[in-house]
Design a protein around this ligand. Structure first.
Ligand code: COA
Length: 512
């Protein structure tokens, strides 16, 4: 686990390095702050910041981090979603990874009812990849105004370039602050204006902060410098008169777990096939290590029960022995309904190889029972949190609220893996299919090339199922050190309670 954490730390260090030393130095020499410095000054002093998708873009053609820094932090006592362009990464231009991350962060603001603060400085669309972002990218502006329509305030502070589509970020925000002599907000810069209409003009008359604050009216506040801009953003949030809708933590001074979270490092083994007891994890995550287990003697490959985390009630559904059988699926279905009846958020702890296969299980109705569980997860209305602690394979990923099932937040431990099936199984299936096809054609199967194919496929699936690879593709909200699990989940639960927490009144038709 420590080796995996070192890999995570290296990826995080790359993200924190932004566009690299040369561009960071140049940015500082212009008297400007880096995105993380801006965020730090915006947040309440010494308050934590839960970064979302920090290694987005890992192992892709784009820089790690996606040229934006994003997360949840506290401003004037209000939990907000904060998004900051990183102008040291290709001028802060928006590439396909930046777009995906921006959209995910907007979704977090909307579903959890969190005010949104944009710290803008971007060269607009990444021109070489514009074909992949121009058309879908329009959603970002639509979503900003939909936040406003949903009663979720939006604030933007413009530190530099906000050209073309980028101009609609301040344009669509409830409050807009621009930094004097730095902000440049225009639909087209001087060269394009000259090309389009022949007019010869300059940056300041086209889109300078002073012009927008006094003439166009696009800026609500003119800041004298970056720090002043961040002060004004804090002032805007202070005046929102914001209150959370969800119930406050039941216990504002929760008891920490009785067992040392450091030991979480040693609970999952190096071999994912060796199951571990999720109660050992819960004992290091839940308040006072208190867990009231539901149906402990039935469907024992799945653990269900209630506890509290940082004072918030949670219903836990955790894999205990990899495979999900019919009993486990039925137990989960019942438990999800109970959590909905009690308006209690659900925490899914994944370590599953999927639903049981084989004729005995098919005849006993494993599809029907898996479908019950997937119905319950899909139509449950209480907020879901998902953590992949090890394995998340096959339809087990769906039943255990994988990304496609829209958990409010999804994190993975650095050892975790997720794929349609394990690498060896997948290579084996391909081999059997190829062998049958060859034999059906009356030809002889080449064992040597089969072995080579299996090895290649196994390696490919292995490298594509790791948590950093999946985080790079934004299939989760981040890979976390297991020792931070309680803190991360606690911050998520607190953020979730910015909105109402209400269970489902009805489900789809349950097939019995
Ligand atoms: N797409 C792709 N690459 C971009 C980019 C964009 N929109 N904007 C900047 N870059 C690249 C630059 O080519 C440069 O690459 P290099 O260092 O390898 O030469 C790097 O990002 C830094 O840009 P640079 O111009 O040196 O930085 P700056 O801080 O002086 O200026 C901008 C930043 C954004 C003001 C300036 O680059 C710019 O005007 N870009 C074009 C903006 C635009 O018209 N975008 C289209 C909107 S739809």
């Amino acid at each position: 686990m420590l080796e995996r954490i070192a890999e995570l730390d290296a990826a995080l260090a790359t993200a924190r390095g932004g566009g690299g030393e040369k561009y960071v130095k140049r940015h500082h020499s212009r008297g400007k702050l880096l995105p993380r410095e801006r965020i730090e000054l915006l947040l309440d002093r010494d308050s934590p910041f839960l970064e979302i998708a920090p290694v987005a873009g890992f192992q892709t053609d784009f820089p790690v981090g996606g040229s934006v820094v994003a997360g949840i932090g506290v401003v004037e006592g209000v939990e907000c979603v904060i998004m900051a362009n990183d102008p040291t990464v290709r001028g802060g231009a928006v590439n396909p990874v930046s777009l995906k991350k921006t959209q995910r962060v907007g979704e977090i603001a909307l579903t959890n009812r969190l005010p949104m603060i944009n710290l803008v400085e971007s060269g607009g669309a990444d021109l070489p990849t514009q074909a992949d972002i121009f058309i879908p990218g329009g959603r970002v502006f639509r979503d900003l105004t939909r936040l406003s329509a949903a009663g979720i305030p939006t604030v933007s502070v413009v530190f530099g370039n906000a050209t073309a589509g980028g101009a609609y970020v301040p344009g669509m925000s409830d409050y807009t602050i621009m930094i004097k002599d730095q902000a440049k907000v225009f639909l087209a810069g001087p060269p394009l204006v000259k090309m389009a209409t022949g007019e010869v003009t300059d940056d300041e008359s086209l889109g300078g902060a002073s012009m927008h604050a006094s003439t166009s009216g696009l800026a609500d506040f003119l800041a004298v410098d970056e720090r002043d801009g961040l002060r004004l953003a804090r002032q805007c949030v202070r005046r929102l008169n914001w209150t959370k809708q969800g119930p406050a933590a039941r216990n504002p001074f929760p008891e920490p777990p009785k067992y040392d979270p450091e030991e979480l490092l040693g609970i999952p083994g190096a071999d994912l096939k060796v199951p571990f007891d999720p109660r050992e994890v819960l004992a290091r995550v839940l308040d006072g290590s208190d867990f009231d287990e539901f149906k402990p003697g039935y469907g024992t490959a799945l653990v269900t029960g209630f506890g509290e985390l940082h004072g918030y009630p949670v219903g836990v559904i955790a894999n205990a022995r990899g495979v999900l059988f019919s009993e486990e699926a039925q137990k989960a279905t019942q438990f999800i309904q109970l959590a909905n009846a009690a308006d209690t958020p659900l925490l899914f702890l994944q370590n599953t190889t999927g639903y049981m296969v084989g004729s005995e299980y098919e005849q006993r109705g494993i599809i029907k029972h898996g479908a019950l569980m997937i119905n319950a997860v899909s139509n449950s209305k209480v907020p879901h949190l998902t953590l992949n602690m090890g394995a998340s394979y096959g339809a087990g990923n769906y039943g255990m609220c994988g990304r496609a099932y829209d958990p409010r937040f999804l994190f993975a431990w650095p050892n975790a893996k997720s794929a349609v099936m394990g690498p060896a199984q997948l290579a084996g299936v391909l081999s059997i299919v190829a062998r049958q096809a060859t034999e059906a054609r009356g030809q002889e199967y080449d064992e040597e090339s089969d072995a080579a194919m299996r090895m290649m496929v196994e390696q490919q699936i292995e490298s594509q199922s790791g948590s950093l690879f999946l985080s790079g593709k934004l299939y989760d909200d981040g890979v976390i050190d297991p020792r931070d699990t309680r803190t991360v989940l606690g911050m998520c639960l607190s953020a979730i309670h910015s909105g109402t927490v209400k269970g489902a009144a009805n489900y789809g038709v349950f097939r019995m």
